[in-house]
Each structure stands twice: as structure tokens, then as C-alpha cells.
Design a protein around this ligand. Structure first.
Ligand SMILES: Nc1nc2c(ncn2[C@@H]2O[C@H](COP(=O)(O)OP(=O)(O)OP(=O)(O)O)[C@@H](O)[C@H]2O)c(=O)[nH]1
Ligand SMILES: *[C@@H]1O[C@H](CO)[C@@H](O)[C@H](O)[C@H]1NC(C)=O
Ligand SMILES: *[C@@H]1O[C@H](CO)[C@@H](O)[C@H](O)[C@H]1NC(C)=O
Length: 474
């Protein structure tokens, strides 16, 4: 009798015991900060991100794209000079690797421009990821140093596309093809140590001219630039140059180059932008005037460099760094001039590098006001200029972003963030380029002046001849 009563009650007993156990577990782990941290990290890894057994099949293999790159028409020994077996080539083996995409992208573009003005085919290479920015969990990596083919990220002569029809410049070739057309014993190796000291402090355009003379006058068909091991920045166009106003003297030559003018999003990136286009359709009330139908003409794209950047911003505050590369142009609004030591200097620096939520809302409203005033001046009072869609580019999944989103919605914006995009495997792999393409197309862009990611968006918008008032910094 008693036994059967127990049996009947058992399900309830087990349930109560389980609830108690979970309760105790939560209080114990919740009470101690270290345990709480451990619980959160493990929850994020095993539950939120799916852990090592998550179903994302890992990074893309790009089988078709690699075949396509290998079969580019310029990979043909029979072509007449300056291509083919008698062609002239330069490979920059001193290009920086394993760093954020945009620090590499700067340099890739400028090296390709140097090759172009020197009458040599540029040798394009894969992008090697900095581990912390790679999109895939470590146990899924295909390589010790994960990499992505250049043509997955960008298109244009820099990655082997043809030049204009009246331009006889030799097309860029892949690193694999360079090994075929320029065997090692045929190469002249130039160590950066032999070249760089002469232009260590020179303006950008003089650095370009110095290398151009060397590459043009060298009789050797095949040149490989190799790095001086003792130099921590052995790049042809190095960080010291990109971080200084000396770089700006390169603009006239670089911006008119087909490397810049014919640069485009890759088909993978284009497809990603198209696929997500419906997200950008405004959801606010109908504006009181006729407004553009194209959502990009109503969009403010905001680059919030977050995540790892908090520590980075503090470091840069300490070093009192100026803006990076093209962000330094004096004709752009929102300039930043490092202040001498004075009370509140660090706070003012941080407010721009790592802005808080009210600061972001204020900046967006200011950029919108200035843009609408500009559109009225340019296009008259009958203008239909409208700015009500915001795309937030960022590298952080967090509550902070969610709260910012709500604050911006209250201010009248239809808000979409990087985390809202739906991307397939290849598109996920190049998601930074997807974000950059959206920022290129938006009516207004607000970025972070210290970021090379921002500076390459600024570069593309300047090439597109966008009004400077549509290029802003937090
Ligand atoms: N999708 C996406 N990725 C971002 C964004 N911001 C930063 N990242 C990632 O973080 C990397 C940052 O490195 P860079 O592209 O070199 O740009 P940066 O802002 O100068 O950053 P550092 O190189 O770390 O100084 C990018 O290449 C992306 O992988 C963003 O808004 N969207
Ligand atoms: C290589 O180039 C030559 C000369 O232009 C051409 O005749 C030949 O068809 C090309 N080969 C391939 C595989 O495209
Ligand atoms: C002015 O109008 C033209 C044509 O409608 C449009 O393309 C352009 O973006 C407008 N300019 C501004 C600053 O809104």
C-alpha cells in the first residue's frame, strides 16, 4: 500500500528534487564572481555558440573560386610581353600578414598601384587572418593560419581583373602562378633594408617614386621584395607612413589609379548585400514628403569599432595618437587634433574613440541634420532627402548594442545591425567586407577616425566622389 503511494508520488518528488538542485546550482555559481564568470563563459561557448559540435560546417573551402583564380586568362606562358613567359612581375613577400583585414588591404592596394606605375604585374596573395577576427571556431579550421582568397573579399585589377581596354598594363597574377612563371633561380630578391632607409621620413609620394624608379629600371623580369628581419615594420608602405599625414601626398596618384577606380565588391559580397536588402526598408511612419525609394539613399551607416577596441582606445589615448590614414584629410568634418596634456584630455579622447550611447545618438542626429541641410542647399527646397534608416556596423554581440538600438529607435531611426544579417558560409567568412560595402553605399557614413576599417570606407566614398559632409567621425 505505502509502496504504491510512493510510486504514484515519485514523478512529483523527482520534479521537486530537480528544481531544488537547479536552484542550489544557480545560487552557488551565481554567488561567486569567478564561478559566475566560468558559468557565463561555458554557457556562451557550449550553449549560445553551439560548442565544438555546432552545426555550422566550419569555414568555406572555396573550391570553385580557387579553380577560377588558378584559371585566370593571364596565367598563360604564351601571352606577349609584358605578360607571359617574357613578362615583368613583382611579388611583395614583405606584405604584412595575420593582422586585421584593413591594415592588410591598405597595403595590398598601394603595392598594386606601385606595380601598376612600374609596368609590372602585381602578384596577389591570400588574406591571412588575425586569429581573433576569424569567424570560425578553432577546432573547425582548415589551416594553422586561416586564410581567404583575395577574390572572395574584393574584385578589381588588384585581384587579377582586366584593366581598361586602352590600358596595356600587365594583369595581376596569383602567387601560385608566380612560382610557375618566375622560378626561384630567375628572381632578383630585393631586401627592404637596401631600399627603405633612403625614404624613412619621406612623404608618401616620394616613397612611391623611389620604389617606382627601382622597379622600372631593374632589368630583371622577376622581382621579389623580401623583408629585413631586424625591421619590425618591413612593409613597403609601412604603419609609420599610414599613421602620419605623409600618406596624404599619395592621394592624387592613388585615387586616379585604375587600382582604385576599378575596385569593386566581390560577387560574394554583392550577393550578401542584395540578400539582406529587405532589412533596410524603413519601418517608421511615412515621411511627410516624397522620399527616395532606394533604402541606401535614406541610410546612415555607423561604424562602431567595439569589442577588442576598448583596450585599444585606452592604449591610443595614452600614446595620444592622431587619426589614421585617409581619415586625416583636413577637408573632412569632425577632425581630431591631439591635444597637449590638459585636464580632461583623456576623457575627450575616449569620448570619441569609445563613445557612450547618448554620444552616439547625438552624433547621429547631428550628421542627419547636416546632411538634410546640405541636400536642401544642393537640391533646393523641393528636395525629398530623407535619412531614417540606420545600419550599425560592429564586431560585438552585446546588451550595450541592444540598448543603443532602443535609444536610436526612440530618436526615429529604423535600426539594423551587423548581427541582423543572414549570411551563408562564404558570406560569413567575408562579413567585414559585406559591412564595408553597405557603408560605401549609404547616403551618410559615420566612422571611428582611428580605425583602418573606417579609413578604407572613407577611401571608397572619396573615390565615389561623395560630399565630404557625408563622411563623419564619432
Ligand atoms: N563585420 C564586421 N567586422 C568588424 C567590424 N569592425 C571590426 N571588425 C573586424 O575586426 C577587424 C578589425 O581590423 P581592421 O580591419 O584592420 O580594422 P581596425 O579598425 O583598424 O582594427 P585594428 O586592426 O585592430 O586596429 C576587421 O577586419 C573585422 O574582421 C564591423 O563593423 N563589422
Ligand atoms: C594562351 O595565349 C595564347 C596567345 O594569346 C593563345 O593563343 C592561347 O589560346 C592561350 N591559351 C589558353 C589556354 O587560353
Ligand atoms: C540631389 O538629388 C539627386 C537626384 O535626385 C540625388 O542623386 C542626390 O543624392 C541629391 N543630393 C543630396 C545631397 O541629397
Amino acid at each position: 500500500m505505502a509502496y504504491s503511494t510512493f510510486l504514484r508520488c515519485r514523478p512529483r518528488f523527482i520534479f521537486i528534487a530537480a528544481v531544488l538542485l537547479i536552484f542550489i546550482l544557480l545560487t552557488v555559481t551565481g554567488a561567486h564572481p569567478k564561478l559566475r564568470h566560468l558559468a557565463r563563459v561555458n554557457y556562451n561557448y557550449y550553449v549560445a555558440d553551439g560548442g565544438p559540435w555546432r552545426a555550422d560546417g566550419g569555414p568555406p573551402k572555396y573550391v570553385a573560386l580557387r579553380k577560377w583564380e588558378a584559371a585566370l586568362p593571364q596565367h598563360n606562358l604564351s601571352l606577349p610581353s609584358p605578360e607571359g613567359r617574357n613578362g615583368r612581375y613583382v611579388k611583395f613577400s614583405n606584405q604584412i600578414r595575420v593582422l586585421g583585414w584593413n591594415n592588410c588591404f591598405n597595403e595590398v592596394l598601394m603595392n598594386a598601384h606601385l606595380a601598376y606605375v612600374s609596368g609590372r604585374a602585381y602578384v596577389f596573395q591570400d588574406y591571412f587572418w588575425a586569429d581573433e577576427h576569424y569567424q570560425w571556431s578553432k577546432e573547425k579550421w582548415l589551416d594553422v593560419h586561416p586564410r581567404t582568397p583575395l577574390n572572395a573579399i574584393v574584385s578589381g585589377p588588384v585581384a587579377g581583373a582586366p584593366f581598361e581596354s586602352d590600358d596595356a598594363a600587365p594583369r595581376a597574377v596569383s602567387a601560385d602562378w608566380f612560382d610557375v612563371v618566375c622560378r626561384r633561380q630567375e628572381r632578383r630578391y630585393i631586401n627592404t633594408r637596401e631600399v627603405k632607409p633612403a625614404v624613412a621620413e619621406a612623404s608618401g609620394i616620394d616613397v612611391l617614386a623611389h620604389w617606382q624608379n627601382l622597379l622600372m629600371s631593374a632589368p630583371e623580369r622577376c622581382i621579389e621584395i623580401v623583408e629585413a628581419k631586424e625591421d619590425s615594420f618591413p612593409q613597403t608602405f609601412d604603419l609609420a607612413l599610414w599613421g602620419s599625414p605623409r600618406v596624404l601626398t599619395l592621394w592624387d596618384s592613388f585615387s586616379q589609379s585604375p587600382i582604385s577606380r576599378l575596385l569593386d565588391a566581390s560577387p560574394i559580397v554583392r550577393a550578401a548585400v542584395d540578400r539582406n536588402r529587405y532589412l533596410f526598408v524603413p519601418r517608421g511612419p511615412r515621411p511627410p514628403h516624397p522620399a527616395p525609394r532606394d533604402p541606401f539613399q535614406r541610410m546612415l551607416a555607423l561604424h562602431l569599432r567595439r569589442g577588442d577596441y576598448e583596450g585599444h582606445c585606452r592604449g591610443m589615448t595614452y600614446m595620444n595618437l592622431a587619426f589614421y590614414s585617409w581619415n586625416q584629410f583636413p577637408h573632412l568634418p569632425d577632425r581630431f587634433t591631439p591635444e597637449p596634456d590638459a585636464p580632461g584630455k583623456d576623457e575627450r579622447f575616449l569620448a570619441r574613440c569609445w563613445p557612450d550611447s547618448p554620444g552616439v545618438v547625438r552624433k547621429a542626429a547631428e550628421a542627419r541634420r547636416d546632411y538634410l541641410a546640405l541636400a536642401e542647399n544642393v537640391n533646393g527646397t523641393e528636395t525629398s532627402a530623407t535619412l531614417d534608416v540606420m545600419y550599425i556596423l560592429n564586431n560585438e554581440k552585446s546588451q550595450w548594442i541592444d540598448e543603443l538600438k532602443r535609444a536610436l529607435q526612440l530618436d526615429g531611426w529604423t535600426v539594423v545591425t551587423s548581427q541582423d544579417l543572414v549570411l551563408d558560409t562564404e558570406q560569413t567568412d567575408v562579413s567585414m567586407a559585406v559591412d564595408m560595402e553597405i557603408a560605401r553605399q549609404a547616403a551618410v557614413f559615420v566612422g571611428n577616425g582611428w580605425s583602418s576599417f573606417t579609413s578604407n570606407v572613407v577611401y571608397q566614398r572619396l573615390i565615389d566622389k561623395r560630399d565630404p559632409m557625408t563622411i563623419r567621425f564619432t
